[in-house]
Write a protein that binds this ligand. Structure first.
Ligand SMILES: [Fe+2]
Length: 385
């Protein structure tokens, strides 16, 4: 038995963000809070969107202090701004940080207490304000997921608030907004998207609908990530990456992920490694660990990456998928290891004990314990250099 549900309307295409204002109005919004970060603000990405909001004659305020790792403190500050301005619709523009903040702010506009009172799934009771999400990176897929991942900067704790009712009512997915992303951000966020597609595909919880989406997302990312990183103005590559990351999110939202994401949260919280980078560091070693449990699937992945598996024993064919991801990482300049982020062997047990508590462990194709997570992380210490 399985269900597939997707309550977010997806409006996709080059230039689509120029219709943001009328879309907000169509959803019944009369006063808008735009939530973003300083990078997006300074990159000039917002001009077309702001113009459209002005032509729709909607008053708006901008909260632009979202941090790279979004915090509950940021959520509180933005919620105060929302209430002072009496906004009735929340527009999150940016990477996962801004969109996750927007989800939390929309929830806290109408619910009591603090956002971390709602850690878990389905605990946000009162219907949040409508959320419109506009991604400017091709990675997290947060525009179409029901998670808001937040950190408490006072104690390095990272936790997720989830629920169907914090999903955006509308995602506006415009590849033109990603044209100015620097190569390293393109590489890291692109690897996050690839990791989503792949972890969902091999997960125990996979189902025919999500599986089809995972395969399509991997195809788009495999053919376009190198180009998007090394030739940033290539709109076709950018479009593949942005739509690929969206499609990957449509897959993993219903399946959850795997061991890379189980470990990515504690490594991110304690060592402040960007989410895409930590997934890129871990993915080849998680794949290697999972090979015996999902051999056929890794053979399919190898083929998606153009590897020749003809005449090979299944286990050798599956290993080609790991080789393909290592080659990709090398071509996009992400060869670092955990040591480059000051992680030592002595840190691994603590991280593994936190990682094992993630809901992503249960759906990983191969059963894993704390020792396995330590071993995977140990292999990732040196990276691929
Ligand atoms: Fe992710």
């Amino acid at each position: 038995m399985f269900t597939y549900k997707m309550p977010t309307e997806l409006f996709v295409g080059r230039g689509s963000s120029k219709q943001t204002g009328e879309k907000l109005k169509g959803l019944g919004g009369t006063r808008v809070i735009l939530i973003t970060d300083n990078g997006v603000l300074q990159a000039g990405i917002l001009s077309g969107i702001e113009e459209s909001i002005k032509s729709a004659e909607l008053p708006y305020v901008i909260f632009h202090e979202v941090e790279p790792e979004p915090t509950i403190q940021g959520v509180e500050a933005a919620t105060r701004m929302l209430k002072e301005f009496s906004a009735d619709i929340v527009l999150g523009i940016g990477g996962g940080s801004s969109m996750d903040t927007a989800k939390a702010v929309a929830a806290m506009a109408v619910n009591e207490g603090k956002i971390f009172d709602y850690v878990g799934f389905g605990l946000v009771k009162k219907q949040p304000l409508p959320i419109v999400a506009v991604p400017t990176t091709a990675g997290t897929g947060s525009e179409a997921t029901f998670w808001s991942v937040l950190a408490d900067k006072t104690n390095d704790i990272k936790a997720s608030v989830g629920g169907w009712n914090i999903m955006p009512v509308l995602a506006i997915v415009d590849p033109e907004l990603t044209l100015s992303l620097p190569p390293r951000v393109t590489a890291a966020t692109g690897m996050d998207a690839l990791c989503h597609a792949m972890e969902s595909y091999v997960a125990k919880s996979t189902q025919p609908i999500s599986e089809g989406m995972s395969i399509r997302a991997m195809e788009m990312i495999a053919r376009s990530l190198r180009r998007a990183v090394n030739r940033g103005d290539d709109i076709e590559a950018r479009e593949d990456m942005l739509v690929g990351s969206l499609v990957a999110a449509l897959a993993f939202n219903v399946t959850r992920l795997g061991l890379s994401h189980a470990l990515a949260i504690p490594f991110g919280a304690h060592f402040h490694i960007p989410h895409g980078v930590i997934n890129a560091i871990l993915l080849p070693w998680v794949m290697e660990y999972n090979l015996p449990a999902a051999t056929e699937k890794y053979i399919t992945i190898a083929k998606i990456f153009g590897e020749n598996v003809d005449g090979l024993a299944p286990c050798d064919g599956a290993k080609k998928a790991v080789d393909a991801v290592k080659k990709l990482l090398s071509d996009i300049g992400l060869t670092e290891g955990l040591k480059d982020w000051k992680v030592t062997e002595g840190d691994l047990e603590k991280i593994a004990k936190e990682g094992i508590l993630s809901g992503n462990v249960a759906v990983n194709p191969r059963l894993a314990g704390v020792k396995d997570l330590v071993e995977i992380s140990r292999r990732a210490l040196n990276g691929l250099k």
